[in-house]
Design a protein around this ligand. Structure first.
Ligand code: SF4
Length: 347
């Protein structure tokens, strides 16, 4: 709920909630579904143009809710199709969201919080500090704005919660947004095309798996030695790696886990660390995404050489793991993995 707005925001409403409110206002019980079709299927915010709704009802609807997407304040393109949007929220906070072209689809990289409280040592968002959780609508507005960027494109979309914030620390709003994203009468995106990336918040990981069993999980691992991991990711002092791995090993799921491993030169990229990583995740149906570090001002880390990245990868392959090296796109516009931050931009 946006406290500064007088009218409730339509993107914060589930279909059943909207239906109850509209019926109480005297609308027929199919009105909410008509509204959802315009908002989510047609991505239209212009209530006056909704031709299958009577004019008097359109005027009434216009006065009941805030229908607007949150404004795109800035747009940066890396020249190869990766585009970063800066979105302004009603209370002056700002968030970033990224469109990434792939071979046969587009990926939307979404934010779940303004800033992040977890302060991972290598992450620009973590360095920015925590402002607040995003509402359901503030998550969904990113998807609708990114869809507008694509015009008439109607092909496959992949949604990844890998932007600003730790999604599982904002589980209630994430779950509401996922319902709108995946519902047939909402954005109708298959949960199999949605990935939630987490630093490891075990209780809400279990909730996510129970509520959305088809959503893919990416686990931000980054170090196989618990002490080094706790230095890089302070949350690891609270959420123990062995408990998380025991859960990942024991819980039956349809999709493989993705282990994300940001490679930092001289910190976690040695051959011994590659062997330790392989041993740690042995037996968990998974793939490993190696992400050579994307340099960020003010942070003291360096990207390993291509040779070091390749030899780390070769050791994992030799141990029978599935490995993908992700040379991030959008580095030039600071939209690559771990680079999203709105320094000094928020109130
Ligand atoms: S890597 Fe993810 S969890 Fe860690 S500080 Fe950055 S946004 Fe937060």
């Amino acid at each position: 709920m946006n406290v500064l707005l007088k009218k409730p925001w339509i993107l914060d409403r589930q279909l059943s909630e909207l239906n109850a409110e509209l019926v109480a206002e005297g609308f027929r019980d199919y009105a909410a579904r008509q509204v959802f079709q315009w908002v989510y299927f047609k991505n239209s915010q212009d209530v006056n143009s909704w031709s299958n709704i009577a004019k008097a009802n359109r005027q009434k609807l216009a006065g009941l809710y805030d229908w607007e997407l949150r404004p795109v304040l800035d747009r940066q393109d890396d020249g190869h199709g990766t585009r970063k949007l800066l979105i302004g929220l009603a209370d002056g906070q700002k968030i970033e969201t990224v469109l990434i072209p792939e071979k046969d689809h587009y990926t939307f990289c979404l934010s779940s919080q303004a800033g992040c409280p977890l302060a991972c040592a290598f992450c620009a968002t973590g360095a920015m500090g925590f402002r607040r959780n995003l509402t359901c609508g503030e998550i969904v507005t990113q998807v609708l704005s990114l869809r507008k960027e694509l015009g008439a494109y109607a092909g496959k979309l992949n949604l990844v919660f890998m932007g600003m914030g730790e999604p599982l620390l904002n589980y209630a709003n994430l779950a509401r947004a996922l319902r709108l994203i995946c519902a047939a009468d909402g954005l109708n995106i298959s949960p199999r095309h949605v990935t939630v990336s987490t630093a490891g918040i075990l209780e809400n990981l279990k909730n996510l798996e129970a509520d959305f069993p088809q959503v893919k999980i990416a686990f931000s691992l980054n170090a196989s030695d618990p002490q080094l991991r706790a230095e890089l990711m302070p949350i690891a002092r609270k959420e123990r790696l062995e408990d998380l791995l025991a859960h990942l090993r024991g819980h039956k799921r349809r999709q493989r886990i993705t282990f994300e491993y940001v490679l930092l030169a001289g910190i976690n990229d040695s051959p011994a660390q590659a062997r330790q990583l392989a041993k740690l995740i042995q037996g968990i149906p998974s793939k490993v995404n190696l992400i050579p570090y994307n340099a960020t001002p003010r942070l003291p880390f360096r990207r390993p050489t291509e040779v070091a990245v390749e030899s780390f990868r070769a050791i994992l392959l030799e141990k029978g793991l599935t490995v993908v090296t992700r040379w991030s796109k959008g580095e030039g516009i600071r939209s690559a993995c771990g680079q999203l931050a709105v320094f000094g931009g928020s109130s």
